[in-house]
Design a protein around this ligand. Structure first.
Ligand code: HMG
Ligand code: MG
Length: 302
Protein backbone atom coordinates (compact mmCIF):
# COMPACT_ATOMS: atom_id res chain seq x y z
CA UNK A 1 0.00 0.00 0.00
CA UNK A 2 1.22 3.52 -0.69
CA UNK A 3 2.25 6.01 1.98
CA UNK A 4 1.52 9.76 1.96
CA UNK A 5 4.20 12.22 0.80
CA UNK A 6 3.50 14.65 3.63
CA UNK A 7 2.28 14.18 7.21
CA UNK A 8 1.08 16.95 9.52
CA UNK A 9 2.13 16.63 13.14
CA UNK A 10 -0.38 18.05 15.63
CA UNK A 11 1.62 18.61 18.81
CA UNK A 12 -0.36 18.08 22.03
CA UNK A 13 2.45 17.92 24.61
CA UNK A 14 1.79 21.28 26.30
CA UNK A 15 -1.85 20.26 26.86
CA UNK A 16 -2.22 16.46 26.88
CA UNK A 17 1.27 16.12 28.33
CA UNK A 18 1.32 18.77 31.01
CA UNK A 19 -2.31 18.20 32.13
CA UNK A 20 -1.17 14.91 33.59
CA UNK A 21 1.89 16.03 35.56
CA UNK A 22 1.43 15.71 39.30
CA UNK A 23 3.50 18.82 39.97
CA UNK A 24 2.06 22.09 38.68
CA UNK A 25 4.23 23.45 35.88
CA UNK A 26 4.81 27.21 35.98
CA UNK A 27 3.73 29.50 33.14
CA UNK A 28 7.30 30.43 32.23
CA UNK A 29 8.19 26.77 31.60
CA UNK A 30 5.03 26.12 29.59
CA UNK A 31 5.67 29.21 27.47
CA UNK A 32 9.33 28.28 26.91
CA UNK A 33 8.27 24.80 25.75
CA UNK A 34 5.60 26.12 23.37
CA UNK A 35 7.99 28.69 21.88
CA UNK A 36 10.65 26.03 21.34
CA UNK A 37 8.10 23.74 19.66
CA UNK A 38 7.07 26.55 17.30
CA UNK A 39 10.74 27.09 16.45
CA UNK A 40 11.29 23.46 15.44
CA UNK A 41 8.75 23.78 12.63
CA UNK A 42 5.56 22.40 14.21
CA UNK A 43 2.50 24.04 12.64
CA UNK A 44 -0.14 23.39 15.29
CA UNK A 45 0.47 23.30 19.02
CA UNK A 46 -2.30 22.49 21.49
CA UNK A 47 -1.06 24.89 24.11
CA UNK A 48 -3.55 24.51 26.95
CA UNK A 49 -7.15 23.90 27.90
CA UNK A 50 -10.00 25.95 29.30
CA UNK A 51 -11.61 23.21 31.34
CA UNK A 52 -12.79 23.48 34.94
CA UNK A 53 -9.75 24.09 37.19
CA UNK A 54 -11.52 21.93 39.79
CA UNK A 55 -11.28 19.01 37.38
CA UNK A 56 -7.80 19.63 35.96
CA UNK A 57 -5.82 22.13 38.08
CA UNK A 58 -2.73 21.70 35.88
CA UNK A 59 -4.41 23.69 33.10
CA UNK A 60 -5.75 26.50 35.31
CA UNK A 61 -3.10 28.92 34.06
CA UNK A 62 -3.93 28.65 30.36
CA UNK A 63 -4.94 32.34 30.14
CA UNK A 64 -1.47 33.32 31.34
CA UNK A 65 0.15 30.93 28.86
CA UNK A 66 -1.77 32.28 25.85
CA UNK A 67 -1.20 35.83 27.09
CA UNK A 68 2.57 35.35 27.28
CA UNK A 69 3.63 33.26 24.28
CA UNK A 70 5.26 35.14 21.45
CA UNK A 71 3.15 33.90 18.56
CA UNK A 72 5.01 32.83 15.47
CA UNK A 73 3.45 33.62 12.11
CA UNK A 74 1.94 30.55 10.48
CA UNK A 75 1.69 28.56 13.73
CA UNK A 76 -1.74 27.67 15.13
CA UNK A 77 -1.97 27.72 18.94
CA UNK A 78 -5.04 25.70 19.88
CA UNK A 79 -6.84 24.88 23.12
CA UNK A 80 -9.27 22.28 24.42
CA UNK A 81 -12.69 23.66 25.42
CA UNK A 82 -15.38 21.53 27.12
CA UNK A 83 -18.28 23.99 27.23
CA UNK A 84 -19.40 27.57 26.49
CA UNK A 85 -17.54 28.88 29.55
CA UNK A 86 -14.38 27.32 28.12
CA UNK A 87 -15.00 28.88 24.73
CA UNK A 88 -15.54 32.33 26.29
CA UNK A 89 -12.22 31.99 28.10
CA UNK A 90 -10.52 30.84 24.89
CA UNK A 91 -11.91 33.80 22.96
CA UNK A 92 -10.67 36.23 25.63
CA UNK A 93 -7.25 34.58 25.43
CA UNK A 94 -7.24 35.05 21.63
CA UNK A 95 -6.89 31.36 20.91
CA UNK A 96 -6.57 30.62 17.18
CA UNK A 97 -8.39 27.28 17.22
CA UNK A 98 -10.33 25.20 19.75
CA UNK A 99 -11.11 21.52 20.16
CA UNK A 100 -14.22 19.82 21.50
CA UNK A 101 -14.05 16.32 22.92
CA UNK A 102 -16.63 13.58 23.25
CA UNK A 103 -16.26 9.96 24.32
CA UNK A 104 -17.16 6.64 22.74
CA UNK A 105 -18.30 5.11 26.04
CA UNK A 106 -20.90 6.39 28.50
CA UNK A 107 -18.66 5.64 31.49
CA UNK A 108 -15.72 7.66 30.17
CA UNK A 109 -18.01 10.50 29.13
CA UNK A 110 -19.29 10.75 32.71
CA UNK A 111 -15.84 10.48 34.31
CA UNK A 112 -14.23 13.02 31.96
CA UNK A 113 -16.98 15.54 31.38
CA UNK A 114 -19.79 14.68 33.83
CA UNK A 115 -22.33 14.16 31.06
CA UNK A 116 -23.69 11.46 28.73
CA UNK A 117 -22.41 11.00 25.19
CA UNK A 118 -25.57 12.63 23.80
CA UNK A 119 -25.18 15.61 26.15
CA UNK A 120 -21.51 15.87 25.14
CA UNK A 121 -22.51 16.03 21.48
CA UNK A 122 -25.12 18.68 22.25
CA UNK A 123 -22.62 20.80 24.23
CA UNK A 124 -20.01 20.43 21.52
CA UNK A 125 -22.48 21.43 18.80
CA UNK A 126 -23.45 24.63 20.65
CA UNK A 127 -19.81 25.46 21.26
CA UNK A 128 -18.84 24.75 17.65
CA UNK A 129 -21.59 26.95 16.28
CA UNK A 130 -20.52 29.81 18.55
CA UNK A 131 -16.82 29.35 17.77
CA UNK A 132 -17.40 29.29 14.01
CA UNK A 133 -19.48 32.47 14.32
CA UNK A 134 -16.37 34.09 15.87
CA UNK A 135 -14.21 32.79 13.02
CA UNK A 136 -12.53 30.18 15.22
CA UNK A 137 -11.92 26.76 13.67
CA UNK A 138 -12.97 23.71 15.71
CA UNK A 139 -11.41 20.27 15.87
CA UNK A 140 -13.19 17.26 17.38
CA UNK A 141 -11.81 14.42 19.48
CA UNK A 142 -13.38 11.06 20.20
CA UNK A 143 -11.89 9.56 23.35
CA UNK A 144 -11.63 5.85 24.16
CA UNK A 145 -12.20 4.99 20.50
CA UNK A 146 -10.11 1.82 20.83
CA UNK A 147 -11.08 0.73 24.33
CA UNK A 148 -12.31 2.22 27.59
CA UNK A 149 -10.74 1.84 31.05
CA UNK A 150 -14.23 1.42 32.54
CA UNK A 151 -16.37 -0.25 29.84
CA UNK A 152 -13.65 -2.36 28.19
CA UNK A 153 -14.12 -3.04 24.48
CA UNK A 154 -15.64 -0.36 22.27
CA UNK A 155 -17.07 -1.63 18.95
CA UNK A 156 -15.58 0.13 15.89
CA UNK A 157 -19.13 0.63 14.59
CA UNK A 158 -19.89 2.85 17.62
CA UNK A 159 -17.22 5.35 16.52
CA UNK A 160 -18.45 6.12 12.99
CA UNK A 161 -21.70 7.93 13.95
CA UNK A 162 -19.82 10.00 16.53
CA UNK A 163 -17.29 11.08 13.91
CA UNK A 164 -20.14 12.01 11.58
CA UNK A 165 -21.82 14.02 14.35
CA UNK A 166 -18.62 16.01 14.94
CA UNK A 167 -18.13 16.72 11.26
CA UNK A 168 -21.82 17.61 10.79
CA UNK A 169 -21.71 20.16 13.62
CA UNK A 170 -18.82 21.93 11.86
CA UNK A 171 -15.56 20.40 13.11
CA UNK A 172 -12.98 20.53 10.33
CA UNK A 173 -11.34 17.26 11.43
CA UNK A 174 -11.96 14.38 13.82
CA UNK A 175 -9.10 12.98 15.87
CA UNK A 176 -9.62 9.37 16.95
CA UNK A 177 -8.28 8.91 20.46
CA UNK A 178 -6.83 5.67 21.74
CA UNK A 179 -6.80 7.28 25.18
CA UNK A 180 -5.40 4.22 26.95
CA UNK A 181 -3.04 3.10 24.20
CA UNK A 182 -4.33 -0.45 23.82
CA UNK A 183 -4.92 -0.72 20.06
CA UNK A 184 -2.88 -2.85 17.67
CA UNK A 185 -2.61 -2.21 13.90
CA UNK A 186 -5.47 -4.55 12.90
CA UNK A 187 -7.74 -2.82 15.39
CA UNK A 188 -6.77 0.62 14.05
CA UNK A 189 -7.54 -0.55 10.52
CA UNK A 190 -11.02 -1.69 11.64
CA UNK A 191 -11.71 1.64 13.33
CA UNK A 192 -10.47 3.72 10.40
CA UNK A 193 -12.42 1.52 7.94
CA UNK A 194 -15.60 1.98 10.00
CA UNK A 195 -15.15 5.76 10.38
CA UNK A 196 -14.27 6.17 6.70
CA UNK A 197 -17.71 4.84 5.78
CA UNK A 198 -19.16 8.01 7.34
CA UNK A 199 -16.55 10.74 6.82
CA UNK A 200 -13.77 11.32 4.25
CA UNK A 201 -10.38 9.87 5.13
CA UNK A 202 -8.76 13.32 4.86
CA UNK A 203 -10.92 14.47 7.79
CA UNK A 204 -9.53 11.80 10.14
CA UNK A 205 -6.53 12.27 12.45
CA UNK A 206 -4.99 9.78 14.88
CA UNK A 207 -4.41 10.51 18.58
CA UNK A 208 -2.65 7.49 19.99
CA UNK A 209 -1.38 7.11 23.52
CA UNK A 210 1.53 4.71 23.71
CA UNK A 211 0.78 2.75 26.89
CA UNK A 212 1.32 -0.68 25.28
CA UNK A 213 4.10 0.52 22.95
CA UNK A 214 1.97 0.02 19.83
CA UNK A 215 1.48 3.62 18.75
CA UNK A 216 4.16 3.79 16.05
CA UNK A 217 2.98 0.55 14.44
CA UNK A 218 -0.58 1.86 14.63
CA UNK A 219 0.41 5.12 12.99
CA UNK A 220 2.15 3.25 10.19
CA UNK A 221 -1.06 1.26 9.63
CA UNK A 222 -3.07 4.49 9.57
CA UNK A 223 -0.66 6.13 7.09
CA UNK A 224 -1.08 3.14 4.78
CA UNK A 225 -4.82 3.79 4.87
CA UNK A 226 -4.38 7.40 3.76
CA UNK A 227 -4.33 9.24 7.11
CA UNK A 228 -2.02 12.28 6.98
CA UNK A 229 -2.55 13.99 10.36
CA UNK A 230 -1.06 12.56 13.53
CA UNK A 231 -1.20 13.90 17.10
CA UNK A 232 1.88 13.47 19.24
CA UNK A 233 3.52 14.70 22.40
CA UNK A 234 7.12 15.85 22.71
CA UNK A 235 9.14 13.42 24.85
CA UNK A 236 5.98 11.28 25.08
CA UNK A 237 4.66 13.47 27.88
CA UNK A 238 1.32 12.91 29.43
CA UNK A 239 -1.79 10.83 29.76
CA UNK A 240 -5.36 11.51 30.74
CA UNK A 241 -6.38 12.28 34.33
CA UNK A 242 -9.50 10.14 33.78
CA UNK A 243 -7.73 7.17 32.15
CA UNK A 244 -5.76 5.61 35.04
CA UNK A 245 -2.42 4.08 34.05
CA UNK A 246 -2.46 5.51 30.51
CA UNK A 247 0.86 6.96 29.46
CA UNK A 248 1.47 9.85 27.09
CA UNK A 249 0.84 10.20 23.41
CA UNK A 250 3.32 8.73 21.01
CA UNK A 251 6.50 10.80 21.26
CA UNK A 252 6.83 13.41 18.51
CA UNK A 253 10.55 12.57 18.17
CA UNK A 254 9.68 8.91 17.43
CA UNK A 255 7.24 9.81 14.66
CA UNK A 256 9.61 12.35 13.10
CA UNK A 257 12.42 9.78 13.09
CA UNK A 258 10.14 7.20 11.45
CA UNK A 259 8.90 9.71 8.85
CA UNK A 260 12.51 10.67 8.07
CA UNK A 261 13.30 7.00 7.46
CA UNK A 262 10.29 6.68 5.17
CA UNK A 263 11.17 9.86 3.25
CA UNK A 264 7.85 11.49 4.25
CA UNK A 265 7.91 15.30 4.59
CA UNK A 266 6.85 16.91 7.87
CA UNK A 267 8.78 20.18 8.16
CA UNK A 268 10.25 19.49 11.62
CA UNK A 269 13.89 19.76 12.68
CA UNK A 270 14.53 16.56 14.68
CA UNK A 271 17.64 17.82 16.52
CA UNK A 272 15.91 20.98 17.73
CA UNK A 273 12.85 18.91 18.70
CA UNK A 274 15.04 16.63 20.82
CA UNK A 275 16.47 19.71 22.54
CA UNK A 276 12.92 20.90 23.34
CA UNK A 277 12.02 17.45 24.76
CA UNK A 278 15.23 17.39 26.79
CA UNK A 279 14.41 20.85 28.18
CA UNK A 280 10.95 19.89 29.43
CA UNK A 281 11.89 16.46 30.81
CA UNK A 282 14.76 18.01 32.79
CA UNK A 283 12.42 20.73 34.10
CA UNK A 284 9.92 18.06 35.16
CA UNK A 285 12.63 15.78 36.53
CA UNK A 286 11.23 12.81 34.63
CA UNK A 287 12.65 10.33 32.13
CA UNK A 288 12.42 11.19 28.45
CA UNK A 289 9.62 9.05 26.96
CA UNK A 290 11.11 9.05 23.48
CA UNK A 291 13.46 6.19 22.61
CA UNK A 292 14.78 8.24 19.70
CA UNK A 293 15.59 11.19 21.98
CA UNK A 294 17.25 8.93 24.57
CA UNK A 295 19.44 7.33 21.91
CA UNK A 296 20.46 10.63 20.31
CA UNK A 297 21.15 12.31 23.67
CA UNK A 298 23.18 9.31 24.91
CA UNK A 299 25.29 9.38 21.73
CA UNK A 300 25.84 13.13 22.09
CA UNK A 301 27.01 12.65 25.69
CA UNK A 302 29.78 10.17 24.68
P1 HMG B 1 -19.26 20.04 35.96
O1 HMG B 1 -18.76 19.96 37.36
O2 HMG B 1 -20.41 19.19 35.57
O3 HMG B 1 -19.56 21.56 35.52
O4 HMG B 1 -18.03 19.74 35.01
P2 HMG B 1 -20.45 22.69 36.12
O5 HMG B 1 -20.99 23.44 34.95
O6 HMG B 1 -21.40 22.14 37.14
O7 HMG B 1 -19.37 23.60 36.86
C1 HMG B 1 -18.70 23.23 38.04
C2 HMG B 1 -17.72 24.32 38.41
O8 HMG B 1 -16.69 24.43 37.41
C3 HMG B 1 -18.37 25.70 38.47
O9 HMG B 1 -17.63 26.43 39.42
C4 HMG B 1 -18.12 26.27 37.11
O10 HMG B 1 -18.08 27.69 37.08
C5 HMG B 1 -16.74 25.73 36.80
P3 HMG B 1 -18.26 26.75 40.90
O11 HMG B 1 -19.55 27.43 40.64
O12 HMG B 1 -18.42 25.39 41.55
O13 HMG B 1 -17.20 27.60 41.56
N1 HMG B 1 -16.52 25.57 35.37
C6 HMG B 1 -15.49 26.12 34.71
N2 HMG B 1 -14.49 26.90 35.12
C7 HMG B 1 -13.61 27.30 34.19
N3 HMG B 1 -13.67 26.93 32.90
C8 HMG B 1 -14.65 26.13 32.45
C9 HMG B 1 -15.63 25.71 33.39
N4 HMG B 1 -16.72 24.93 33.29
C10 HMG B 1 -17.26 24.86 34.50
N5 HMG B 1 -14.72 25.78 31.17
C11 HMG B 1 -16.87 20.07 32.93
C12 HMG B 1 -18.18 19.71 33.60
C13 HMG B 1 -16.99 19.69 31.47
C14 HMG B 1 -16.63 21.55 33.10
C15 HMG B 1 -15.73 19.27 33.62
O14 HMG B 1 -16.08 17.92 33.61
C16 HMG B 1 -14.40 19.43 32.93
O15 HMG B 1 -13.80 20.49 32.96
N6 HMG B 1 -13.92 18.34 32.31
C17 HMG B 1 -12.66 18.35 31.55
C18 HMG B 1 -11.78 17.23 32.02
C19 HMG B 1 -10.51 17.24 31.23
O16 HMG B 1 -9.94 18.29 30.96
N7 HMG B 1 -10.01 16.05 30.89
C20 HMG B 1 -8.77 15.91 30.15
C21 HMG B 1 -8.87 16.41 28.77
S1 HMG B 1 -9.67 15.25 27.65
C22 HMG B 1 -8.37 14.22 27.16
O17 HMG B 1 -7.29 14.31 27.67
C23 HMG B 1 -8.63 13.26 26.02
C24 HMG B 1 -7.99 13.70 24.69
O18 HMG B 1 -6.60 13.89 24.84
C25 HMG B 1 -8.23 12.63 23.63
C26 HMG B 1 -7.85 11.23 24.10
O19 HMG B 1 -6.69 10.99 24.49
O20 HMG B 1 -8.75 10.42 24.10
C27 HMG B 1 -8.60 15.01 24.18
MG1 MG C 1 -5.09 12.33 24.83
Amino acid sequence: MSLPQHVKIFEVGPRDGLQNETALVDTETKVALIEQLADVGIQTIESGSFVSPKWVPQMAGSEAVFGTIKRKKGVVYSALTPNMRGLERAISAEVSEVAVFIAASEDFSQKNTNCSIAEGIERSALLTEAALAEGIQVRGYISVAAGCPYQGEVPATDIAPLAKALLDMGCYEVSLGDSIGVATPGHIKNIVDAVATEIPINKIAMHLHDTYGQALANIYAALEMGITVVDSSVAGLGGCPYAPGATGNVATENIVYMLNGLGIEHGIDLDKLITAGDFITKKLGRANGSGVARAVLAKAAL
